[in-house]
Design a protein around this ligand. Structure first.
Ligand code: SAM
Length: 149
């Protein structure tokens, strides 16, 4: 699952390495464009309209079925409390939540998460890893495995 997929570039990259991916976004404009841009992908890449704050959770996600949930520059838009509860339910016991985000103190703009909230993401997961995507740490990635601790 790619959450807040936008135009779907990251979802497309995941599909290209062999994952079966659904990209979700609450913008119908983004989903329409993502489908146009990344159309024929042999059924490994789909795009769905979904608002993770306001819509009921998609029924097909069930419990423990998903291997990987990815949020690239989208988690700061979401109701984090609700989202983390939902993700824990959807993920397989060995599943991964991968978050890429700007760190607001480092970029001095409100388009990411503050450092404190990045660190707090680690709570309750079996494994936590983190790597920076910019030398100054302004863009960081957090890897959380084992949603049920
Ligand atoms: C900054 S863009 C990132 C797009 C893409 N992940 C990327 O890295 O290029 C954030 C995306 O999150 C989507 N988004 C924001 N709130 C959302 C919500 N509640 N449910 C689903 N998508 C949401 C926006 O429509 C937007 O496409």
């Amino acid at each position: 699952m790619d959450i807040g997929t936008g135009l779907g570039e990251w979802a497309c990259q995941m599909a290209q390495v062999g994952l079966q991916v659904t990209g979700y976004d609450h913008s119908s404009v983004a989903i329409k464009r993502a489908r146009e841009l990344h159309g024929p992908h042999g059924g490994t890449l789909r795009f769905e309209l979904h608002d993770f704050d306001n819509d009921p959770a998609p029924r097909n996600l069930g419990t423990g079925n998903i291997d990987l949930v990815s949020c690239r520059h989208s988690i700061h838009f979401l109701d984090l409390q609700r989202f983390i509860v939902d993700v824990r339910r959807w993920l397989h016991p060995d599943g991964v939540l991968h978050v890429t985000t700007a760190v607001t103190e480092k970029i001095r703009r409100e388009i990411g998460l503050p450092e404190e909230r990045v660190r707090a993401l680690a709570q309750g997961w079996r494994e936590y890893d983190r790597y920076d995507l910019a030398p100054d740490g302004s863009i960081t990635a957090v890897v959380l495995r084992g949603p049920w601790g």
